[in-house]
Write a protein that binds this ligand. Structure first.
Ligand code: M6P
Ligand code: ZN
Length: 176
């Protein structure tokens, strides 16, 4: 592979790699409630624009995620969330637009939630699962980079969930 550069402006992103689109019906099981209107409209909840990087040790995968604003009966739109298959691998997020909350937890039961706004950099250490929640009313856009061989373990989260969920209130968000 040769050095390369990609650039993007706003939501016109072409990183030349995979584009992953997750609609409501693909991920509705992660939310506490079911919303029949969303079920019939089946909107895009988030999309991921990856760079064409091989999933090999030594490589760094990078991507941009757009998590749209919305909620399922008060529970904010969020990503599925995952541990890394290669558990000793970290990840860095850079906020570009909107306000997010990154839920992090370990298999030992530690839990942390950190806010991400434009220009903030979030460090997710090895062994911490991570899920992103859009707590704003605009698209949450962020850049992410992680060791390309890390892999996504969704099963553990599907089985155990995250310790807390994030709901909309009149004054902001609340974790329950
Ligand atoms: C971030 C990164 C990606 C991840 C994406 C969506 O951009 O952590 O690796 O794919 O969020 O999250 P998830 O894979 O949990 O649905
Ligand atoms: Zn990750």
């Amino acid at each position: 592979m040769k050095p390369f550069v990609v650039s993007f402006k706003g939501r016109e992103i072409d990183f030349k790699g995979r584009r992953i689109v997750r609609r409501y019906r693909d991920i509705m099981g992660i939310f506490q409630a079911v919303d029949p209107t969303l079920e019939s409209e089946n909107p895009v909840v988030y999309e991921v624009f990856e760079a064409p990087i091989p999933e090999a040790e030594g490589e760094l995968m990078f991507l941009v995620t757009i998590l749209y604003p919305g909620d399922v009966k008060g529970e904010y739109f969020m990503t599925k969330g995952h541990y890394h298959v290669v558990e000793g691998t970290a990840e860095v997020y850079l906020g570009l637009q909107g306000k997010g909350l990154i839920l992090c937890q370990t298999k030992e039961g530690d839990f942390e939630a950190v806010e991400m706004t434009p220009s903030s950099v979030v460090y997710i250490p090895p062994y911490w699962a991570h899920r992103t929640v859009n707590v704003s009313d605009e698209p949450l856009v962020f850049f992410a980079v992680y060791p390309a061989h890390a892999g996504h373990d969704y099963e553990t989260i599907e089985r155990e969930g995250f310790k807390k969920r994030v709901f909309k209130t009149e004054t902001g968000y609340v974790l329950r």
